[in-house]
Structures are given as structure tokens and as C-alpha cells.
Design a binder for this molecule. Structure first.
Ligand code: GLN
Length: 253
């Protein structure tokens, strides 16, 4: 009898430890898809991806009770990663657009972006209007499938006013500008500032191309989105989001 009890106890203990282990390894993970070439929203610091989007997403995941992982990929691959289930959501300074809303859902917006134009300091392009001038034929660098790409394609290329060179990320577009392969780069203002600060001989035009809202994208009808939105809203209201943005983009005095 004693032997049976001892055996039963041993089995119970084994079962308990197996299920505890399973629980530990099963801690739910939220996977974020991004393009870590978009400072200060997402970029590498050594081997680690940091930035505004990463910190906001980590704060949301933590409050939702999830572990959090970031997957780096080209911007162009984010929506399909989200829709194939490779990632739970995408956060990449991504602008909410009508076209994207056909294939994904967006969270609440957490930041504003502005499309600006970067030129070499000696450029004869002095305002956005120069790109639209009659007979204009500039070579414009953009990041493939970003809103900068879409606007320049629709507004300029489709009207025979420009040639568009599309690069997989902002860094490559800016390198092409430095090398004289393109006349300007249309890109979001914060990465533009970071690229201009890191590369001599470039400047941002004063005139803005477009103003946009950034949000996280989810596969349509993903049941995680309502909870993500609820927590994100809390973090907006309690000032956490503003503090994260201020940390990376200090307001000028
Ligand atoms: N805001 C732009 C867009 O959504 C660019 C984003 C990016 O390059 N990471 O298309």
C-alpha cells in the first residue's frame, strides 16, 4: 500500500512539474514585424532593435501579459507577414491609408508623420513645388511601397513629371542621394532628420509634402486588436506614449 502511495505521489509530482514547465514555455508571445531602418521609430543600437515603436509595443505587450519579440524585415514585407500569421502585428511608422485598410486593420493612431523632401545642400530643388513644375523631370528616391512612393508615383511619375527609384529602405535611398543617383528623397520627417544629421551635405526642404497618422497594423478581425487598442489608449491617456516619443524626439525649446 505504502509503495502505491509513494508511486502515486511521485507521479503527481512529475505531472505537476511537467505542467509548470509547459506553462512557463507557453507564456504567450506577441510578435511585431518592423523595418529597423527608420530612426527614431525603429533602428539598431548594436544588435538590439530600439525606438519609439519598439518601446510603445513593448509597453502594450507587457500590460497585456505577453512576452514580446521584434522581427526585422523590409517595409514591403510587413503586411504579408501580418496576414500570413508570421507576426501578430506590424509597427513601422506605418501610415494609415485607404489602400492598406483594404488588406489590414489599424490600431488607434499613436503619432503623426510628415512626408518631407531631402536634397543635397547645393540642390536646385528649393521647394516641393519644384517637383510639380511644368516640364520637371527629377529622379526621386523613395522607399518601396511607402506613402512617399505612392504619392510620388501618383502625383509625379504618372503625370510624366519624374522618374522614381524605389529602394528597400530609407538608408539605401539616402545613400543613392549622396552618390548623386537621385535628385531628392521623399521620406518621413523624423527619419529624414536622423539621416541628415548622420550624413554631411544633405538638407530637408522647409515645405511639407503630406501629413499622416501612424498606427499598428493587424490581420483583419484579429481578436487581439481590441485589447491592444484598449491598452494603447490607456498608455496614451496616462502619458506613457508621449514620454516615449519625447525621449526620442525631444521638443525643441
Ligand atoms: N510612413 C510611411 C508609410 O507608412 C513610411 C514608413 C516606413 O518607411 N517605415 O508608408
Amino acid at each position: 500500500m505504502k509503495k502505491i502511495i509513494a508511486l502515486a505521489l511521485a507521479m503527481l509530482m512529475l505531472l505537476c512539474s511537467v505542467s509548470a514547465l509547459a506553462e512557463e514555455t507557453q507564456k504567450k508571445v506577441l510578435v511585431m514585424a518592423t523595418n529597423a531602418s527608420f530612426p527614431p521609430y525603429e533602428y539598431y543600437e548594436g544588435t538590439e532593435i530600439v525606438g519609439i515603436d519598439v518601446e510603445i509595443a513593448a509597453a502594450v505587450a507587457e500590460r497585456m501579459g505577453y512576452d514580446f519579440v521584434v522581427l526585422d524585415m523590409e517595409f514591403d514585407a510587413i503586411i504579408s507577414a501580418v496576414n500570413s500569421g508570421k507576426a501578430d502585428f506590424g509597427m513601422a511608422g506605418m501610415t494609415v491609408t485607404e489602400e492598406r485598410l483594404l488588406s489590414v486593420d489599424f490600431s488607434h493612431s499613436y503619432a503623426t508623420g510628415v512626408q518631407v523632401v531631402i536634397v543635397r545642400e547645393d540642390s536646385d530643388i528649393t521647394s516641393v513645388d519644384d517637383l510639380f513644375a511644368e516640364g520637371a523631370m527629377h529622379v526621386i528616391g523613395v522607399q518601396l511601397t511607402t506613402t512617399g512612393d505612392l504619392y510620388c508615383t501618383w502625383d509625379l511619375e504618372d503625370n510624366g513629371l519624374a522618374v522614381i527609384n524605389r529602394y528597400p529602405n530609407g538608408n539605401e535611398a539616402v545613400m543613392a542621394l549622396k552618390a548623386g543617383k537621385v535628385d531628392c528623397v521623399v521620406i518621413d520627417n523624423e527619419p529624414a532628420k536622423a539621416y541628415v544629421a548622420a550624413n554631411e551635405g544633405l538638407k530637408i526642404l522647409d515645405t511639407e509634402y503630406a501629413i499622416e497618422d501612424y498606427a499598428a497594423c493587424f490581420k483583419k478581425d484579429n481578436p487581439l486588436l481590441p485589447e491592444f487598442n484598449r491598452v494603447l489608449q490607456e498608455l496614451i491617456e496616462d502619458g506613457t506614449v508621449a514620454a516615449i516619443i519625447e525621449k526620442y524626439i525631444p521638443t525643441e525649446e
